[in-house]
Each structure stands twice: as C-alpha cells, then as structure tokens.
Design a protein around this ligand. Structure first.
Ligand code: DHB
Length: 302
C-alpha cells in the first residue's frame, strides 16, 4: 500500500527522516530506520569541522519548534566512520551537504560520493548559510549554479536540492534546479530566521537568538510550496514541513509529494512517529478505498 519508489530509492513507506533531527548520530539514524522510516537523511556535512552553536539550540514554542544548531559537522574529511556505520542501515540513506560557496558545495560532494549514499540532498536553504547575505535557494540562478556544479561531480548518484519557502517564486527555483540537473526536489526547509523571547528573562532564548521555525505552524506554507513546485517540475518531490500525522502526510501527497519528510513530529511523537504516521495513512486509505499511495500523489491539483 505504502511502498514507494523515490528516484530509484526503494522505500517500504514514503516517510523520510528530515536532515538534522537526529544530529550526526549514525546509531540513531539506524534506529529510526528500524522503527519504520522509509528512508533517513543525515545531518548536512560541510567543508570543515565545525562545532555549532551553544545551547539552547532547540526550543518548543506554542505552535512548533525553533532551532539554531549552527550546522555542526565533522567535515567531509572525517565523515567515513558515520558512512561506514550506516552501511547496515535498514532503509536508504540520504546524505546532505552544505557549503558557503559553489566551490565548497562541489568539494563536499566530491568528498562523499565515494561512500555511495543513495542520494545527496543539497542544503541551499539553511537560514544560517548565506552568500553575500542571501540564502542560496532564494534565487533561481544561484540555486541552479549550485545544482549544476554538484551534478557534474555526482555521476549516477541522484541529487536533490532542499528549497527555502523564502524564495519569491519557489516554483521558479525548482524549475531552474530541474533544468540544472536535479533528480528530485526537497521542500521545505525551516522558515526564518525567527526568534523567541522570554518575557520574564527579557531576553531571546536561543543562544544564537535567531533560528529556523518548524512544526505544525509551517504546514500550510509547506503544502503551498509543494503544490506550486509540482506544477512546475516533472521530477519527484520530497515534501516536508509540519507533517505530524497520517492525515497531514496524505495532504502532502495530494499537494504533489512522492516522499514525505518528518522532522519536528519526532519531538512530539517520539521515534515511533514514522510507524504511527504510516499506520494512520493506511487507515485513511482503507476507509477511502485507496489501494496505493501513488493514486493520491498530486490529487489536489485540478
Ligand atoms: C540549521 C540548519 C538548517 O538547515 C535549518 O533549517 C535550521 C538550522 C542549523 O544547523 O542551525
């Protein structure tokens, strides 16, 4: 019922662990796969070892989460151990990369292709990595430049840029990425930066003050982005942003997502979120007489 082929990745269900949620911890990623995730995404790997921000890095607020972890990474030169540990992962592993220039993106991609991840997510949408003050994924031209350069070094490994909802025209960014060689589109990254202030402390709560906003509050934005991207590209979409239950996942598929990312929901529902969401999707599908998830991908379009 839920079996999904996403860009050649064979998944038992369409749920995908979003990048960063389980940190740079291979054992946790493997556990998430055992507990039911159809695929898992690693924390974005960068060009050089980097510690990240001080605590607190993640907070719950009224309608979701906010985080500024600061892209901590061992750097691609130290990534071998994590990749080796993930060889026994029960679900396909999607690597994720970031850089602060086109050259850094290609350097990291070249540095990890030897580990043969099932797919490479290109994080051009982190609120913390910017080129001249601009998030890479806000401009179709800049996004396409990154994708083209990474495509040239990735050979047969499918590549998937992760887009930001802050683009003026996310469909144009997605179309430019497809033209530049993207095999799939991932949308959306966190929204932001945002901030949380504690009235009694009279201070921002995150150590970094600002961070990416995620969780239930951003679901309508994520649905709109995926809906518009679906109309602009023919490559498959990994849709995420505020997906907490099976009904949310069905709605995301109807907007046009073939695979469905889960991030903040692991905070609310634990590591079982993937199994719970899959079971809830199946219950809805049985009630509606839907035999395969494929039947509803894009169903909300005219
Ligand atoms: C971080 C990275 C992201 O891509 C994001 O959306 C939010 C935070 C980080 O590591 O700080």
């Amino acid at each position: 019922m839920l079996e999904t082929d996403f860009c050649g990745l064979k998944m038992k269900n369409p749920t995908v662990l979003a990048s960063g949620v389980m940190g740079c911890n291979a054992a946790l990623l493997k556990r998430v796969a055992r507990e039911g995730a159809g695929a898992v995404t690693m924390k974005s790997i960068g060009p050089k070892e980097k510690e990240g921000h001080k605590n607190p890095t993640v907070l719950e607020w009224e309608h979701g989460l906010i985080n500024a972890v600061g892209l901590p990474t061992a750097g691609y030169k130290n990534a071998e151990k994590e990749f080796k540990e993930l060889e026994k992962c029960k679900s396909p592993v999607i690597a994720s990369i970031y850089g602060s220039s086109i050259e850094e993106f290609t350097e990291v991609a070249e540095g990890i292709i030897g580990f043969e991840p099932a797919m490479i997510e290109i994080n051009i949408s982190c609120p913390n990595t910017k080129r001249e003050g601009q998030i890479f994924g806000t401009s179709p031209e800049v996004a396409a430049e990154v994708v083209k350069a990474v495509a040239e070094v990735c050979g047969k490994i499918p590549i998937m840029p992760k887009l930001t909802p802050q683009a003026n025209n996310i469909a144009a960014v997605a179309a430019a990425c497809e033209q530049a060689g993207a095999n799939a589109i991932c949308a959306i990254n966190t929204l932001g930066p945002g901030m949380v202030i504690d009235a009694d402390a009279r201070k921002p709560v995150l150590a970094n003050k600002f961070g990416g906003v995620s969780g239930p509050a951003i679901k309508p934005i994520a649905l709109r982005c995926v809906y518009q991207i679906y109309e602009a590209v023919s490559v498959p979409i990994l849709g995420l942003g505020g997906i907490s239950n099976g009904r949310d996942a069905i709605e995301m598929a109807m907007a046009g997502a073939t695979a469905i990312g889960v991030g903040s929901a692991t905070f609310y529902r634990g590591i079982e979120a993937f199994k719970l969401i899959s079971d809830e999707m199946k219950t809805w599908m049985k009630e509606q007489g839907v035999k395969s998830i494929k039947e509803i991908v894009g169903a909300a379009h005219d």
